[in-house]
Design a protein around this ligand. Structure first.
Ligand code: PMV
Length: 347
């Protein structure tokens, strides 16, 4: 029995990968497993209004970003609906109005696809939950993550918090290529409330879309070695996370960021996604770490912005350092203070 109409609203966060997902197979199956911190401040809020329609001929929806119509997002949503249709049979029965907004500035160089697809998947599953006779919370989260993955791979890590693993791995219980799961092993308090200050070195559109980037791993000369390395890094992280070994954590996280960029520098065509300021910041973080022995490090997405990561107990020193020595490298001095968060919320 389908409800006539209604509105559901969810807020979903972005996430930052520690071991990176780069390269995929058919149907958004990752070429290697990854792990990320779910963020807190960087999030998308989506209100989905649904109204039963006369026919069930095709998908019917409109999308507004910050109250303004966004026809250029249409193909992406259409594509997503086509992919998830088999799992959400009611899709063609409704006309949808999708009202979405991001907490972070538009075109800040921060991708909204993870939080955006997660928020939309949550809203759609909320309708599915009303139709289904019974659905427990675990099933709900797993299916949302599964659907979000079909929108944007990394979106499947944006449903829960605070450390999420995605991609099957021999030594990680319940890991799956199909959805993300909360990291199932012990995590030391050093990694609770971890901070991520995002330095906006270069705003605006990414030079290479992640779709193009993932595809560059097909036939890439170092692909297999890279995929094996991701498995090994996840193995190493297990004891690092359990023991609270910040030094070990830094070594893996920074190497993962540079490897992601190395893959792009060595693909055909090749790309350099860092800017001179990205490198300046990295060197300053290394110098500061040497000087002070404080456990502060960086990671990168597929772009020039730098995520500065540090534990809660050094937050005052880290913020002073960032403000005094790093913010000068940001476009218009812009940066975002974020931290590991607890996952999506129904509004
Ligand atoms: O979810 P996608 O297809 O936008 O890919 C994201 C890839 C990286 O952000 C570069 C790495 C990751 O694991 O999040």
């Amino acid at each position: 029995n389908l409800p006539e109409s209604g509105t559901v609203t969810w807020k979903a966060p972005s996430n930052i990968a520690l071991v990176k997902y780069w390269g995929k197979k058919e149907n958004q199956i990752p070429a290697n497993p990854s792990i990320s911190f779910t963020l807190d401040a960087c999030a998308t809020t989506t209100a989905l209004t649904y109204q039963k329609k006369e026919n069930s001929d095709g998908f019917a929806f409109e999308l507004h970003l910050d109250g303004k119509p966004k026809p250029d997002f249409k193909p992406k949503i259409e594509h997503f609906f086509t992919r998830v249709e088999d799992y959400l049979p009611f899709l063609k029965q409704y006309h949808f109005t999708i009202n979405t907004s991001n907490s972070f500035p538009h075109s800040s160089g921060i991708a909204s696809s993870a939080s955006g697809m997660a928020a939309l998947a949550l809203c759609l599953m909320e309708i599915e939950r009303q139709i289904s006779v019974k659905m427990d919370d675990d099933f709900f989260k797993r299916k949302v993550s599964f659907l979000a993955r079909l929108g944007s791979g990394s979106a499947c890590r944006s449903i829960e918090g605070d450390l999420i693993q995605w991609g099957s791995h021999n030594n990680i219980q319940n890991s799956s290529d199909l959805y993300g799961v909360p990291y199932p092993y012990q995590v030391h308090s050093n990694f609770k409330n971890f901070h991520d200050t995002i330095l906006l070195v270069h705003k605006g559109q990414k030079q290479v879309s992640s779709t193009v980037g993932h595809n560059l791993m097909h036939g890439h000369p170092y692909a297999q070695t890279r995929f094996t390395q991701a498995h090994e890094n996840l193995d190493k992280l297990q004891s690092i996370l359990a023991k609270g070994d910040l030094e070990g954590f830094i070594a893996i996280v920074e190497s993962e960021a540079l490897t992601l960029h190395a893959m792009m520098m060595t693909s055909l065509p090749y790309f350099i996604l860092m800017k001179p300021d990205t490198l300046e910041i990295i060197h300053k973080i290394w110098d500061f770490r040497k000087e002070t022995k404080l456990p502060i490090c960086f990671t990168l997405d597929a772009g020039a912005n730098v995520h500065v990561l540090y534990p809660e107990h050094i937050k005052d020193q880290a913020i002073t350092f960032i403000q005094e020595r790093l913010v000068m490298h940001c476009e218009q001095g812009h940066y975002i203070c974020d931290r590991a968060g607890n996952g999506a919320k129904k509004i």
